[in-house]
Design a protein. Structure first.
Length: 120
């Protein structure tokens, strides 16, 4: 049970890392996309990557579709909160990378506490 919680924490950290990495790759590739669209694309891609990673490293012995659905719904909810936080930080900081990292850090903590509440 304790190792499963550790794997969830690692999965959430991996999701945040993927989100920051994908965002910065898309943002600095000079594509002419809206900054919010880049945030949504990076969030969705990182959710899909992290669900794939969680599927193979958390649920190695058996496949629990219900648990993956809980994770996916939670991450989509967190993504919309992250989008609001991203816009709020972007107005005050004026740097997309810094505001994205700040919103992802807050969303990672929020995701951790929501997952702890759901998994009790």
């Amino acid at each position: 049970m304790k190792s499963e919680k550790i794997r969830f924490i690692i999965g959430g950290a991996f999701n945040s890392f993927c989100n920051v990495l994908i965002f910065n790759v898309i943002y600095f590739s000079k594509l002419t996309l809206n900054i919010d669209l880049i945030f949504y694309i990076s969030s969705l891609l990182s959710i899909l990557i992290s669900i794939f990673v969680i599927r193979f490293f958390v649920f190695r012995k058996h496949f629990e579709i219900f648990a993956l659905c809980k994770i996916f719904i939670t991450q989509i909810f967190i993504m919309f909160i992250g989008s609001y936080l991203f816009d709020m930080f972007l107005v005050s900081v004026k740097n997309p990378s810094i505001s994205q990292i700040c919103s992802i850090i807050i969303c990672a903590f929020l995701s951790f506490f929501i997952n702890r509440f759901i998994n009790k």
